[in-house]
Design a protein around this ligand. Structure first.
Ligand code: AMP
Ligand code: ZN
Length: 133
Protein backbone atom coordinates (compact mmCIF):
# COMPACT_ATOMS: atom_id res chain seq x y z
CA UNK A 1 0.00 0.00 0.00
CA UNK A 2 1.32 3.41 -0.95
CA UNK A 3 2.46 5.63 1.89
CA UNK A 4 2.53 2.80 4.41
CA UNK A 5 5.83 2.79 6.27
CA UNK A 6 5.70 -0.92 7.12
CA UNK A 7 4.88 -1.86 3.49
CA UNK A 8 7.98 0.13 2.54
CA UNK A 9 10.08 -1.72 5.12
CA UNK A 10 8.67 -5.06 3.90
CA UNK A 11 9.56 -4.25 0.27
CA UNK A 12 13.01 -2.93 1.20
CA UNK A 13 12.23 0.61 0.02
CA UNK A 14 12.94 1.76 3.59
CA UNK A 15 15.70 0.04 5.51
CA UNK A 16 14.96 -1.96 8.60
CA UNK A 17 17.01 -4.27 10.80
CA UNK A 18 15.58 -7.53 9.50
CA UNK A 19 15.80 -10.38 11.99
CA UNK A 20 13.89 -13.01 10.05
CA UNK A 21 11.66 -13.16 7.02
CA UNK A 22 9.79 -15.62 4.86
CA UNK A 23 7.41 -15.18 1.91
CA UNK A 24 4.54 -13.90 4.06
CA UNK A 25 6.09 -12.17 7.07
CA UNK A 26 8.98 -10.07 8.35
CA UNK A 27 10.43 -9.58 11.84
CA UNK A 28 12.52 -6.44 12.37
CA UNK A 29 13.77 -4.20 15.14
CA UNK A 30 11.42 -1.50 16.44
CA UNK A 31 13.20 1.86 16.34
CA UNK A 32 11.56 3.20 19.50
CA UNK A 33 14.60 2.45 21.65
CA UNK A 34 12.23 2.13 24.60
CA UNK A 35 13.15 -1.36 25.79
CA UNK A 36 15.98 -3.73 24.90
CA UNK A 37 15.21 -6.09 22.03
CA UNK A 38 11.87 -4.58 20.97
CA UNK A 39 10.88 -6.50 17.81
CA UNK A 40 7.94 -6.16 15.42
CA UNK A 41 6.44 -8.95 13.30
CA UNK A 42 4.38 -7.89 10.28
CA UNK A 43 2.66 -9.53 7.32
CA UNK A 44 4.26 -8.46 4.03
CA UNK A 45 0.77 -8.09 2.59
CA UNK A 46 -0.88 -4.90 3.87
CA UNK A 47 -3.71 -5.20 6.32
CA UNK A 48 -4.49 -2.63 8.95
CA UNK A 49 -4.82 -4.80 12.03
CA UNK A 50 -6.24 -8.08 13.32
CA UNK A 51 -9.77 -6.89 12.53
CA UNK A 52 -8.78 -6.49 8.87
CA UNK A 53 -6.64 -9.59 8.50
CA UNK A 54 -7.52 -12.87 6.76
CA UNK A 55 -6.92 -16.07 8.70
CA UNK A 56 -4.09 -17.26 6.46
CA UNK A 57 -2.14 -14.03 7.00
CA UNK A 58 -2.87 -14.08 10.72
CA UNK A 59 -1.66 -17.63 10.97
CA UNK A 60 1.57 -16.78 9.12
CA UNK A 61 2.19 -13.86 11.51
CA UNK A 62 1.47 -16.05 14.56
CA UNK A 63 3.90 -18.69 13.34
CA UNK A 64 6.65 -16.12 12.88
CA UNK A 65 5.96 -14.66 16.34
CA UNK A 66 6.38 -18.16 17.75
CA UNK A 67 9.55 -18.83 15.73
CA UNK A 68 11.20 -15.56 16.80
CA UNK A 69 10.13 -16.07 20.42
CA UNK A 70 11.59 -19.59 20.42
CA UNK A 71 14.83 -18.21 18.96
CA UNK A 72 15.04 -15.47 21.62
CA UNK A 73 14.58 -17.92 24.47
CA UNK A 74 16.58 -20.85 23.10
CA UNK A 75 19.52 -19.04 21.51
CA UNK A 76 19.72 -15.47 22.80
CA UNK A 77 19.68 -15.72 26.59
CA UNK A 78 16.12 -14.55 27.23
CA UNK A 79 13.69 -16.37 29.54
CA UNK A 80 10.35 -15.26 28.12
CA UNK A 81 8.50 -12.73 25.98
CA UNK A 82 5.64 -10.30 26.14
CA UNK A 83 3.48 -10.35 22.99
CA UNK A 84 1.58 -7.10 22.46
CA UNK A 85 -0.76 -5.73 19.80
CA UNK A 86 -2.95 -2.68 19.37
CA UNK A 87 -5.74 -3.08 16.81
CA UNK A 88 -7.47 0.23 15.97
CA UNK A 89 -6.67 3.74 17.09
CA UNK A 90 -9.05 3.23 20.03
CA UNK A 91 -6.61 0.60 21.31
CA UNK A 92 -3.56 2.81 20.77
CA UNK A 93 -2.50 1.62 17.30
CA UNK A 94 -0.24 4.29 15.79
CA UNK A 95 1.03 2.58 12.61
CA UNK A 96 -1.90 1.32 10.49
CA UNK A 97 -0.21 -1.86 9.22
CA UNK A 98 -0.81 -4.97 11.35
CA UNK A 99 2.10 -5.68 13.70
CA UNK A 100 2.80 -7.74 16.78
CA UNK A 101 5.32 -6.42 19.31
CA UNK A 102 7.69 -8.92 20.91
CA UNK A 103 9.43 -7.78 24.09
CA UNK A 104 12.10 -10.28 25.16
CA UNK A 105 12.25 -10.76 28.90
CA UNK A 106 14.76 -11.89 31.49
CA UNK A 107 13.87 -12.87 35.04
CA UNK A 108 14.24 -9.82 37.29
CA UNK A 109 14.79 -7.43 34.34
CA UNK A 110 12.46 -4.96 36.05
CA UNK A 111 10.55 -4.16 32.84
CA UNK A 112 6.90 -3.25 33.38
CA UNK A 113 5.24 -4.42 30.16
CA UNK A 114 1.79 -4.93 31.60
CA UNK A 115 -0.63 -1.99 31.90
CA UNK A 116 -1.92 -1.11 35.33
CA UNK A 117 -5.65 -0.75 34.77
CA UNK A 118 -7.66 1.64 36.86
CA UNK A 119 -10.55 -0.64 37.75
CA UNK A 120 -13.54 -1.93 35.77
CA UNK A 121 -16.59 0.36 35.42
CA UNK A 122 -19.04 -2.43 34.58
CA UNK A 123 -19.55 -5.55 36.63
CA UNK A 124 -18.25 -8.81 35.17
CA UNK A 125 -21.72 -10.36 34.69
CA UNK A 126 -22.93 -7.31 32.68
CA UNK A 127 -19.96 -7.48 30.36
CA UNK A 128 -20.27 -11.27 30.12
CA UNK A 129 -23.92 -10.93 28.99
CA UNK A 130 -22.81 -8.46 26.31
CA UNK A 131 -19.83 -10.34 24.92
CA UNK A 132 -20.80 -14.02 25.27
CA UNK A 133 -20.74 -15.74 21.86
P1 AMP B 1 1.77 0.78 17.68
O1 AMP B 1 1.70 2.01 18.53
O2 AMP B 1 1.33 -0.47 18.37
O3 AMP B 1 1.05 1.00 16.37
O4 AMP B 1 3.32 0.56 17.37
C1 AMP B 1 4.00 1.14 16.31
C2 AMP B 1 5.46 0.86 16.52
O5 AMP B 1 6.13 1.08 15.30
C3 AMP B 1 6.14 1.75 17.57
O6 AMP B 1 6.69 0.94 18.60
C4 AMP B 1 7.20 2.48 16.76
O7 AMP B 1 8.40 2.69 17.49
C5 AMP B 1 7.42 1.54 15.59
N1 AMP B 1 7.95 2.17 14.38
C6 AMP B 1 7.48 3.25 13.74
N2 AMP B 1 8.24 3.52 12.64
C7 AMP B 1 9.19 2.55 12.59
C8 AMP B 1 10.27 2.26 11.69
N3 AMP B 1 10.53 3.00 10.62
N4 AMP B 1 11.06 1.18 11.94
C9 AMP B 1 10.81 0.39 13.02
N5 AMP B 1 9.81 0.62 13.91
C10 AMP B 1 9.00 1.68 13.69
ZN1 ZN C 1 1.22 -1.49 4.85
Amino acid sequence: MEDCIFCKIASGEIQGLRIYENDETLAFMDIAGDVDGHILVIPKKHCKNILDCDSETLSAVANTVKMVSDHLTKNCGYDGVNILNASDESAGQSVPHFHIHIIPRKRDDGIDAWPIFEGAKEDIQTVFDKVKM
